[in-house]
Each structure stands twice: as C-alpha cells, then as structure tokens.
Design a protein around this ligand. Structure first.
Ligand code: 5GP
Ligand code: ZN
Length: 123
C-alpha cells in the first residue's frame, strides 16, 4: 500500500519518533505549526476518521490519551494544547492514514484560519 505513514511505521522513511507502543507511534511533524507539533498515528492503517470501525474506538481513545501523555512529558499539559483530526479535502487531510495532531507550547488562535495571512475564518 502506498501510504506515507505506513512507510514511517515500517521504517522505510525516517521520522523523529517521540513515543511508541504496541498500538501507536508518535513523531514530530516535518512542518511544525507550534513549538511542539507531533502526530500520533495507529499502527493499523485507517484511511480517515470516516473509516473508524466499532472495533477501533478504544484505539482512537488511546491515541488521544497518548497525546495527553506527550503534553505532560513536554510540560504543557496544564497550560494547554490542541488535538486535531483533519478529514478529507475540506478538513485539510493530506495523508490518508489517520493521525492526531498535537499542537502545544504557545497560545493557539481560534477559530483555525484557512489562510493565516487573510485572517478569514473558514466559510
Ligand atoms: P494532514 O494535513 O493530513 O492533517 O497532516 C499531515 C501532516 O503530516 C502535515 O502536518 C505534514 O506536515 C506532515 N507530514 C507530511 N509528510 C511528512 C513526513 O514525511 N514526515 C513527517 N514527520 N511529517 C510529515
Ligand atoms: Zn497507512
């Protein structure tokens, strides 16, 4: 399967891995949007959040818990952070293997903007 994140899982493509266990790995995003920008991904290939099966719900919960553990380890669990799943085109998903973005280490703007320069909310 031609999936970038499966290739990272298989170590065909290098990544800066910061956490791993039997179910998930987490690594730093190549194009960070915050002082910490990590991606938590399941070892199981799931293309989008539309494809999460009943049997995957504990796995997805584990992904969120791991993001919280990384935030604690990096010292911004109390100050706060953001976790995001993007889905398909309008969500801005570019890699079709689900991944939980963990962004932290600075105050983050809300709502998210399509284009930071235009400062226009999504419409
Ligand atoms: P999406 O846009 O699908 O929600 O997020 C994909 C993320 O993967 C982007 O933030 C992008 O910077 C990151 N990314 C894309 N290719 C690579 C790569 O080869 N290595 C790493 N570490 N991150 C990547
Ligand atoms: Zn994959």
């Amino acid at each position: 399967m031609d999936c970038l994140f499966c290739k990272i899982l298989n170590k065909e493509i290098p990544a800066d891995v910061i956490y791993e266990d039997d179910l998930v790995i987490a690594f730093n995003d190549i194009n960070p949007q915050a002082p910490t920008h990590a991606l938590v991904i399941p070892r199981k290939h799931i293309a989008t959040t539309n494809d999460i099966a009943d049997e995957d719900t504990a796995l997805v919960g584990h992904m969120v818990q791991v993001a919280g553990k990384i935030a604690k380890e990096q010292g911004f669990d109390e100050s706060g952070y953001r976790t995001v799943f993007n889905c398909n085109d309008h969500g801005g998903q570019t890699v079709h293997h689900i991944h939980l973005h963990l962004l932290g280490g600075k105050p983050l703007g809300w709502p998210p903007y399509f284009d930071e320069n235009l400062k226009k909310p999504l419409s």
